[in-house]
Ligand binder design. Structure first.
Ligand SMILES: Cc1cc2nc3c(=O)[nH]c(=O)nc-3n(C[C@H](O)[C@H](O)[C@H](O)COP(=O)(O)OP(=O)(O)OC[C@H]3O[C@@H](n4cnc5c(N)ncnc54)[C@H](O)[C@@H]3O)c2cc1C
Length: 470
């Protein structure tokens, strides 16, 4: 419950229509996407611009009120919901959702941080422009959330993550000061780079109010093909061949195990398997074209022998509808998989040349931990980022599930380190990976991060209990 005087003050800052304190209406904002975390917030505020955001933060700084910044609430690490019960307010950015300026000469777009990613993409599309970041959550997640998590997604292979696609930023610090670094110049080496510090800070260093993003001319067309493989080793060899041949065009390469078709069909996200001849693994590839599609396809078919060595079968969709169906299947995978009940999720990256050995080692060891676990690894194979996920059939006991989950996280994260990978490739740390951060980052690195936090947020009011505890 929020103190009455504080509520009155908030109402005078944001207006009555921009405050929610009713516990029923707060439910969907308090709970994270997976339903792992569900602490009560004191209330939620919806600022409509940077000035109001600044006033709220200044007030919270003075009164020592903790803030959870929230975009689309699609975080998969519990980063966008309260860490504690009845101690934090949520600031939701959905009412700061304007596109402020498109600059076709410098290829930049200035937006407010609550803009939904797919809204930006659709708007630019009509202008023959392109913003490449693409996640299965694009219809809900917001630009501020994408920056705060340094989102990756299916096109990071060609275009990099959010940090590679941002040119400038405006934030409000934990003291309520606006820092604006919105120069359009890509070459701008004027001291420390604010946007790089804020990317991936998970709402702990500043509240992002505006972002200046890099945009691209829209590719003339895209070319999708979907290949099947006998084993992971063949997938990786094949990916390398395809990348070498189509390096500048290759936008996405998504690994799909056969189980994904079964999971999507079972949960009504797909009618039937795409392939007649089932194989253990598949990869969906997408190339950006800057030439006529028919001409490209003729050349592709002519040169197919150069990349066909490791491939069993390939589908080339012959209509936009069929192409969309394939990518829709990929997008639905996370939703469909969530319906399998007790799941264990990992967001790891492994160097490509070590991935097959990692899969063999991890697969064998996990079967020893619990022989009933079903492995369901999928994801962005092109940049080594795999969601090394698992399904636990018939496990009703929460205690058993949680202890197994902890045991597996511990094992996988250690193994990832041994293989020179990362235990959090694109989802961040949030609440769920705090222990691993403490284990795998050096004390010096963590101390430096904590010092930085004190400078941006001296009273620790911004997203407390995320990334690390102070
Ligand atoms: C179905 C599904 C698929 C996904 N696929 C991918 C994927 O392929 N790649 C990927 O990287 N992620 C993926 N995600 C995770 C998630 O969508 C991303 O992390 C996304 O960037 C979060 O954006 P959001 O607006 O939902 O942020 P939220 O979940 O609301 O918040 C995420 C973090 O950002 C902070 N934050 C939000 N807005 C601001 C702001 N304005 N200022 C400061 N801090 C802020 C929050 O405090 C929190 O720490 C997926 C999630 C789902 C549910």
């Amino acid at each position: 419950m929020m103190n009455e005087k504080i509520l009155e003050d908030f109402i005078s800052i944001v207006g009555i229509k921009n405050v929610i304190t009713n516990s029923k209406d707060l439910e969907k904002y308090n709970k994270d996407w997976r339903g792992f975390y569900n602490n009560k917030s004191l209330g939620i505020l919806f600022p409509e611009n940077s000035e109001i955001l600044k006033k709220i933060t200044k007030y919270c700084f003075e009164k020592n009120i903790k803030i959870v910044p929230q975009g689309g609430n699609t975080s998969l690490t519990g980063a966008s919901v309260p860490t504690y019960n009845n101690q934090e307010i949520i600031i939701n950015f959905s009412k700061m959702n304007k596109i402020l300026e498109i600059d076709k000469s410098n290829l930049t777009v200035l937006v407010e941080s609550g803009l939904i990613l797919s809204d930006l993409k659709q708007y630019l599309d009509k202008e023959n422009l392109y913003f490449p970041i693409d996640l299965s959550s694009s219809g809900s997640c917001m630009i501020g959330g994408n920056i705060a998590t340094n989102a990756g997604g299916i096109n990071a292979l060609k275009y990099g993550s959010m940090k590679d696609n941002i040119i400038g930023i405006e934030i409000v610090t934990g003291e309520g000061k606006i820092l604006s670094s919105l120069s359009k110049m890509k070459k701008n080496n004027t001291g420390y780079d604010l946007k790089s510090i804020i990317c991936n800070s998970e709402g702990t260093l500043g509240l992002i109010s505006k972002a200046l993003l890099k945009i691209y001319p829209k590719p003339i067309d895209n070319f999708t093909f979907f290949s099947s493989y006998h084993d992971l080793g063949s997938c990786i060899k094949s990916f390398n061949e395809i990348r070498n041949l189509y390096y500048d065009k290759l936008e996405s390469a998504e690994l799909i195990p056969n189980l994904s078709f079964e999971v999507c069909i079972k949960n009504n996200f797909l009618k039937e398997h795409f392939f007649n001849n089932k194989m253990p693994f598949y990869v969906i590839y997408r190339l950006n074209l800057y030439e006529n599609k028919d001409t490209f396809q003729n050349n592709f078919e002519k040169n197919f022998y150069l990349i066909s060595n490791n491939i069993v079968d390939t589908i080339i969709p012959n209509s936009i509808e069929k192409e969309n169906k394939i990518w829709q299947f990929r997008d639905n995978l996370v939703e469909a998989y969530k319906m399998e009940g007790k799941i264990i999720t990992n967001d790891i990256s492994i160097p490509l040349n070590k991935m097959e050995e990692f899969f063999n080692t991890a697969g064998n060891e996990i079967k020893k931990i619990n022989s009933k676990i079903i492995l369901h690894p999928f994801g962005h194979i092109g940049d080594g980022n795999i969601h090394y996920n698992m399904i636990l059939p018939n496990t009703n006991s929460d205690d058993l599930y949680e202890s197994l989950r902890d045991q597996i996280y511990h094992y996988i994260n250690n193994l990832v380190e041994e293989f020179g990978g990362s235990f959090s490739a694109e989802h961040g740390i949030g609440q769920i990976k705090k222990k691993s951060l403490l284990k795998f980052k050096s004390k010096n690195e963590i101390n430096l991060m904590k010092s930085l936090k004190k400078i941006f947020d001296p009273r620790n009011i911004l997203n407390p209990g995320k990334i690390f505890d102070l």
